[in-house]
Design a binder for this molecule. Structure first.
Ligand SMILES: [Zn+2]
Ligand SMILES: [Zn+2]
Length: 319
């Protein structure tokens, strides 16, 4: 399976400000020496030596992750503002043709998880097909309501709306697993105000878990069959790690987790790769990479070789 990240911020889109860009340019200029600019090669080396937080950004779009399975099915986890970028990228892909089916799975319906949907260009093409999935029985109404007057000029349903054929699949409590092509998708309710659902996608012995907007609780650490089969031994766990430890203790009940608890959780369930996701909008790129360093230090003591990554737009993982 291939996993690509299109939106990784939590709560609200967070573009870089001009002051942040100016500060970055100043920080780069301060680092340059005469030797760094003598040739194309030295310039290249200099750029490669810059820290990740300075020579790039995690990006400002809200939650949207694409999973491509062995069958070539396009599975989209949440429709945050990153979905607009994904739609545009699909048009540029080699061998791209209209007439494809997109599977969009929703964790929940807070704005940062649905606001990209009205801007998903593939939804306006009449020969495409979109299958939506959610554990909320009313989700067709919830989604279409954000595309009504006075919130948006184009309706989602009916004449003049999305051109793609649409199907809405409600995942009732009896349907804990369903199939998309070659992969099996499972779900699990997590702790978040108003409710939220995590999903696992499994194929050929590999497992990816998308677990956003969750305040990890003691229940999630319980060694029972449900927890074990959902979380155990995943190859990739994409998890809400929005807060520092002190911020998490101030924001109990807000439905998000501290990064260090996410590390403990991944170690407990023997995860191979942990991806911090749903970044706090107030945290700069530099701060996010500092959290990663602290997380690696936190893991270090355990002797486990869990890999830790910061989700960023453009991150492309294969399992
Ligand atoms: Zn969110
Ligand atoms: Zn939420």
């Amino acid at each position: 399976m291939r996993v690509r990240f299109w939106g990784v911020r939590g709560s609200i889109p967070t573009p870089l400000s001009s002051v942040q860009i100016q500060n970055r340019i100043a920080a780069v200029v301060q680092r340059i020496t005469a030797r760094d600019v003598v040739s194309a090669d030295s310039r290249e080396k200099f750029l490669a030596s810059l820290p990740e937080w300075l020579f790039g950004t995690v990006g400002g779009n809200t939650a949207c992750v694409e999973v491509e399975n062995a069958n070539g099915d396009c599975i989209i986890l949440d429709a945050g503002s990153g979905l607009r970028e994904l739609g545009a990228d699909i048009d540029r892909r080699e061998g791209f043709e209209n007439g494809k089916t997109y599977h969009i799975i929703f964790s929940h319906f807070h704005w940062d998880h649905i606001q990209g949907l009205p801007f998903f260009n593939q939804a306006y093409k009449t020969n495409n097909r979109i299958i939506f999935y959610s554990t909320n029985p009313d989700f067709e109404n919830i989604l279409s309501a954000q595309m009504t007057h006075p919130y948006f000029p184009i309706p989602m349903l009916g004449p003049g709306g999305f051109g793609a054929a649409m199907k809405f699949i409600y995942l009732d409590p009896d349907t804990t697993k369903f199939r998309i092509g070659t992969s099996v998708v499972g779900w699990y309710r997590v702790n978040h105000p108003g409710g939220c659902t995590a999903y696992s996608i499994q194929e050929k012995g590999k497992k990816i878990i998308y677990c956003t907007d969750t305040e990890i609780s003691r229940d999630n650490f319980e060694q029972n069959e449900e927890n074990r089969s959902f979380f155990g031994n995943a190859d990739i766990l994409i998890i809400d790690a929005q807060y520092t430890v002190s911020e998490a203790s101030r924001k109990k009940g807000w439905g998000h987790s501290a990064f260090s608890l996410a590390v403990d959780f991944a170690l407990f369930w023997q995860i191979k790769k942990l991806v911090f996701f749903h970044h706090e909008p107030r945290y700069s790129d530099k701060k996010l990479y500092t959290l990663k360093q602290s997380a690696e230090w936190h893991r270090g003591a355990s002797g486990n070789n869990l890999e830790i990554e910061i989700a960023q737009e453009g991150l492309d993982l294969i399992v």
